[in-house]
Design a protein around this ligand. Sequence first.
Ligand SMILES: *Cc1c(COP(=O)(O)O)cnc(C)c1O
Length: 400
Amino acid sequence: MSSTVEKQSKLSVMNTYQRFPITLVKGKGSYVWDDSDKQFLDYTSGIATCNLGHVPTAVQTKLKEQIDTLWHCSNLYNIPSQQALADELTKNSCFDKVFFCNSGAEANEAAIKIAKKYAKDKGYDERTEIITFNSSFHGRTGTTMAATAQEKIHQGFTPITPGFRYLPFNDTASLNQLYRGKTAAVLLELVQGEGGVNPASQDWIKKLQEICEKEDILLMIDEIQTGIGRTGTLFAYEQFDIEPDVITLAKGLGSGFPIGAMLAKEAVADSFQPGTHGSTFGGNPLAMSAGLATIEAIEAEGILSEVKIKGEWLKAELEELKTAFSSIEEVRGVGLLLGVQLSIEVSLFIDAFRENGILVLAAGGNVLRIVPPLTTTKKELKSFIHTFKLILAEIERTSL
Ligand SMILES: *Cc1c(COP(=O)(O)O)cnc(C)c1O
């Protein structure tokens, strides 16, 4: 009896997230509304996921059609929309084949598995390690947590999955430790998202690609956050003048519908054959219709060129704020994945923004992460900058 009472007074959802004290019940375009009908400008985009804004009509229509037709049939049977989305993704990239799954971590799991299998198939029996980089984020499953080179993410989960070695990000000198006869693949983000919005330097990434090519090490780019137009091109790698062997996608690909994908060049993709990998839900008709509608909308509506323009405008405005406010240490990022390094606790800013009707994110290393919907308007961007200016003045007045 008393235990039931006690039980009812506690939340029955596991306590894995620190949640802000608001409940969102509705979204449209750049805005969300809470349960008291308060409106917020959403510059988190559901953590870089709702790239077309909330409930984009093009995706909504396709999903509704699919809801009335077929939800799920498993991969025991042909799913034509998988082929259609894979065609769309390969047509617009340097890759030949796609594996579909349901999340970012699963996409990275698929990448890690194919890298191991590729090494085995090639007879590289000594190549058992995958290199990742400090401050990276690759997911929360047992293996992708191990791929994530952040001590705090491993805490309490030892022994973590072996087979990963960590090197410093953007450090050319340490690249000579890369191969040593043991490396099957490298896995990295071109703009580290959760780790603090850290873009890779062009020189470093070129050097990394050179070594990978020379030693037949797979270059695998985690585009889960940077992909699907976030940086101003469909994939971020296009702007770094490299051709990876593998990329992974998730967040923006389904406009909020759960989906993940691992794209590979033919020679690598051939290492997956029936029985080597799979997923019950992966590539189901609902997810595929969300993905297809998303990619078609991004291509058709000329969104990408606008992301560049909006991103450059926003970055210039943030640089301007930096000259006026001493608590801004640095402005970083590409396209509409921007970070502001702060000298005052970032949570103060996030709370102040929320109180002023704007949702923003934090990233590691005390960084304010700004990831608007790619469809955000100039007017919304201006109102964001206006509010940021007021908040900076107020926080600096009371904290410095
Ligand atoms: C979010 C994210 C992941 C993990 O994706 P989940 O869908 O949460 O599993 C992996 N890598 C990067 C770069 C991410 O931003």
